[in-house]
Design a protein. Sequence first.
Length: 554
Amino acid sequence: KYGQQSMKEVGMTKQLHLQSAGLIHTTAGYTNEITKTVNPSFLVVLLLIAALIQVIACINFMNLSTARASRRAKEVGVRKVIGAGRKDLVGQFLGESLLLSLAGVLVALPLLALAMPYLNQITQTDVQLSLFADYRLWAMLAGLVMVTGLVAGSYPAFYLSAFQAIKVIKGNFINHISVADLRRSLVVFQFVLSIVLITGIIVIYSQLNYLKSKDLGFEKDQKLIFSFQSNEALSKLPAFMNDLRELAEVKAVSNADNYPGQFAVLRNRYLYLAGGNAATAPSAETMRTDAYYAKTLGIQLVSGRDFRLQDSSKVLVNETLCTKLGLDPATAAGRRLYAGDEEMYEIAGVIKDFNYNSLREKVKPLVLMHEPDGSRLPNLIVATNSRNYQAMLEKVETLWQKNFPGLPFEYAFLDSEVQAQYETEITLSRIINSFTLVAILISSLGLFGLAAFSVEQRTKEMGVRKVLGASVFHLTTLLSKDFLGLVVVAVVIATPVSWWATNQWLQNFAYKTAISWWMFAVAGLIAIFIALLTISFQTIKAAMANPVKSLRTE
């Protein structure tokens, strides 16, 4: 309607093309989309986090299985004596692993059903868990059971099946140093992943706070936004704007092609000074506005003046365009710009750069073109100064019903629209936060089990040390230092990995927070504290135990 007419007047065209239905959900960037879209890279991040958690769980199983190998050594020896081959034992242990994996899925499904409302809340989606709606889900679950069972059970199976029957039956089982080293390496790897996730949370929150606090070059607070689509509504817009200006709670009113934070494809023009040509001219995005756009948004003038109602060929340009043209922003007012043989504009004033797009992009060269007949501009911006928003909105709604009877009273707040540009990052922070807690919990459970096994293996040693006068603090430190040393190694390894990963993510933004040393220090201290808290229960319990109980058989 009005949009097609306006586009035709400025020489723009609209083209239609077909889009595959399967790509609708994962392809963004189109206007008037029929459903909410999601960035494919966002899905990749989710899959990566899920895979990391799965790896941590598999490592736990491998660690605990090999740590408790001595308890199954005689079983392996007896089975070999009565004729079981290594293949039989490998099959048995892999079968046990697959059964545990299957049991895990059966327990996870009802838990997932209970967690779906929370997951939908943090991801801003409305996904329904329909197990019988798609056979591919069951195929994926079956594949997950197989992969998890085989990956988690393979090393314990081959390790246990390699025991020599005679030695283990005689009680000569030795937990090899190489196996102990592998367990330590896996613990380090677990905590490297956890520390990377913790650092990711810290950096994402720091970036989100930066996005919220950065000066955008305009005032986003206390601004109402109205959008109009029909010619009938646009014809009544001037009367509505005049009524709004009569309200004491309204500071200024403006309408324009676009407002900051709105996804839109602006028309590009190649502008040049006298003596130049389009071939070497910089490209500038253009936006049509009325005379009050800069005033309403609080955009500052560097030089020159704002629009006047009678201006027709005057434009406002930003500092970036002046730089591209080789002009000094302080003296650019009054210079003439050309966009072809018949198009000439005079710079009325230079405005400070403002981020009309998200902070993922740098400020581009921009030209504000005055539209004397502002009724064709579809977006209305209302600057207010009221502290009682409810009362103010009631007054605005009354004027709305007066000018647009039957039209739903729909509005938005500019600060919310600007914030919505970063919905993906906000959702990502919620998801990583939740799944990092899961990863830390799984890692801690594994560390707790290993600590319990280590304490059990050293019970008599602790009894002897206590009889010889060792204090509870000394014994606790002795039992804890090995595990804490592994976490410290994990911190050292995770720091450069975290720096690289978070720096890669920040490359999505033209304006970004600085990565500081304290982010890695905090992540490391959190990991050390969690590890200390996890193993302290077992170590303190062992250190305080009565040595008589552990030494009564000696």
